[in-house]
Design a protein around this ligand. Structure first.
Ligand SMILES: Nc1nc2c(ncn2[C@@H]2O[C@H](COP(=O)(O)OP(=O)(O)OP(=O)(O)O)[C@@H](O)[C@H]2O)c(=O)[nH]1
Ligand SMILES: [Mg+2]
Ligand SMILES: [Zn+2]
Ligand SMILES: [Zn+2]
Length: 528
């Protein structure tokens, strides 16, 4: 009878205790998650940035560590939450055991005291032990089950996210190689695969260095300030403010989402660099517009340049002398038509910068240029200048000061000293002011339509060894003669655009929107 009563009590109390333990096991994660008991460690943006949350993996951003943003919940925060629930359960279990043990009354050693201890132990085993065992078992069971469910779901979601990250990263990488996108800083000349980006919250100082899909977000990422921004350069590059990773200054909008054609120019003072670039840019703009595209300056300096170019070219005024600046700023233009979206960045330094190697040392942008143009004023050649000085045209135009070979050497000697490989670079030699040469010597003297003839002309005017030097130095050399002052026909061999045509082809940048528009023949077709 006694045993039956005890067994019934054991069974009943244990079942109730298991249920109670299980209930605690269910409430526990809620208490932990809401920070009321056994609060988990939080994967904060600061912890991420300090490298305490995510492993570093090779990528452009690893130079700077992780960006200050909230990581995906899984797996890192999920694991921390589970750990907190486990340690909460252990702490509760330990408390229950301590409390249960305190119920065993042990008055001390000897005689009646020992007898009392034994008696309460028996009572404890009969009354308390089933409740304790049941509660612990219930707690362990429900926490264990919770872990299992979370591990299965969390594991599945986490695996799906990894696949998502892999796919999104692959898309980004493919498009980047296909479109050959880079970001080129017009001010510090740094070239990077992608720019850094500012948060859209203007009060937030976080710079997102590596906007690639990953553990900080697959489609969108949450900045430390809680603002959500796109997680890829492809989706965010057109709207976010891009800054240079090297100097942190603002880059033209959309930097890093387009291929950049970079075209720097070498030439002595008054050799005709600015006049040439003005004419060339205007004709490029006209052609792109004629194809229904757009050619837009995308920085204050390039806007000022095109404004001056329009004013000079349309009125026939001469361009102003370029002020000398140690670190001239690049002139970025955006070229878009249909699905084409590219950037042309020109570099028009003042001639003073090419006086010697020391002065041109700051112009490190030549290191990363595929195509370089050398402007050569024929009127400055010793075999031409006496003719010009003695003619009626004398004084009509300013003549370059200094030897063209010196301007060339000021740049190329440094490149060679620094072991920059010139064999994969192209040099365009542009003889400017060809209109004046023609007036002085006759049209057939300098045949602009034939690069070989221009080369021969230079050779026979005292630049024979110079021509051999540049051909040894560079992978390929093109020769041109231009008149950038007079407004000429699109297909005139003296038109500055011929040089751009060659340069863009050499750099693999050519697009249909730059071809000569055949408006006349199309019109005829329509009328017939
Ligand atoms: N007739 C004629 N004049 C030209 C031509 N190219 C340049 N000039 C004139 O030559 C002068 C110097 O040209 P710029 O383009 O300012 O020379 P630059 O190389 O930019 O000189 P810096 O800015 O001092 O380095 C200007 O008065 C131009 O108008 C040309 O093809 N034909
Ligand atoms: Mg100039
Ligand atoms: Zn920069
Ligand atoms: Zn922010």
């Amino acid at each position: 009878m006694l045993f039956a009563t005890i067994a019934t009590w054991w069974a009943a109390s244990a079942i109730i205790a298991v249920a109670a333990g299980a209930l605690v096991g269910i409430v526990l994660p809620v208490l932990s998650y809401t920070g009321r008991f056994s609060t988990p460690a939080i994967t904060t943006p600061d912890a991420v940035a300090e490298g305490r949350v995510l492993r570093t993996f090779p990528g452009s951003g690893s130079r700077y560590g992780w960006d200050r943003a909230w990581p995906l919940y899984l797996p890192h925060q999920g694991l921390r939450d589970a750990t907190a629930v486990r340690s909460g359960a252990l702490a509760l279990g330990a408390r229950a055991v301590t409390f249960a043990r305190s119920l065993w009354w042990r008055p001390g050693e000897g005689g009646a005291r020992t007898a009392a201890s034994v008696a309460t132990l028996v009572a404890w085993v009969v009354l308390v032990l089933p409740v304790l065992a049941g509660a612990l078992a219930g707690l362990a069971l429900s926490v264990g089950a919770w872990h299992l469910v979370i591990a299965l779901f969390g594991g599945a979601i986490s695996a799906a996210q990894s696949i998502g990250i892999g796919v999104r990263r692959a898309i980004e990488a493919t498009l980047r190689t296909q479109r050959r996108t880079t970001s080129r800083c017009p001010r510090c000349y740094a070239v990077n695969p992608t720019p850094s980006y500012l948060c859209t919250n203007t009060g937030c100082l976080v710079i997102h260095r590596d906007l690639t899909p990953g553990p900080l977000g697959i489609f969108r990422r949450r900045c430390a300030c809680q603002t959500t921004i796109p997680a890829t350069v492809r989706t965010g590059g057109q709207t976010l403010v891009a800054v240079c990773p090297a100097c942190s200054r603002e880059l033209p909008k959309g930097s890093g989402t387009r291929q950049v054609m970079f075209l720097p120019v070498i030439g002595a003072v008054a050799s005709g660099k600015t006049q040439f670039l003005s004419g060339a840019v205007m004709s490029l703009s006209d052609r792109v517009n004629a194809h229904g595209g757009e050619f837009t300056p995308i920085s204050p300096v390039s806007r000022a340049f095109i404004k001056a170019a329009v004013a000079a070219i349309t009125t026939g005024r001469r361009v102003a002398k370029t002020p000398w600046d140690d670190r001239p700023e690049g002139l970025p233009f955006r070229l878009s038509q249909g699905t084409v979206d590219k950037e042309v960045q020109l570099m028009d330094a003042a001639g003073e910068a090419f006086a010697d190697e020391d002065r041109s040392r700051a112009l490190v942008y030549f290191d990363t240029a595929d195509v370089i143009l050398l402007m050569l004023d024929p009127l400055a050649l010793p075999k031409v200048s006496p003719l010009y000085d003695a003619s009626d045209l004398a004084g009509s135009v300013s003549v370059a000061d200094g030897d063209p070979t010196r301007a060339y050497a000021s740049v190329v000697q440094r490149l060679k000293a620094e072991n920059v490989d010139l064999t994969d670079k192209h040099l365009g030699v542009v003889v400017t002011k060809a209109d004046i040469v023609h007036e002085l010597m006759g049209e057939d003297v300098l045949d602009a339509a034939d690069g070989g003839a221009v080369r021969r002309w230079l050779s026979s005017r005292g630049l024979d060894s110079f021509v051999s030097t540049i051909e040894d130095d560079f992978g390929s050399v093109g020769y041109f003669a231009v008149d950038s002052y007079t407004q000429r026909d699109q297909d005139d061999p003296l038109h500055p655009f011929n040089v751009l045509d060659w340069a863009f082809h050499a750099a693999g940048f050519w697009i249909e929107a730059m071809a000569r528009p055949e408006a006349d023949s199309e019109l005829e077709g329509v009328l017939k």
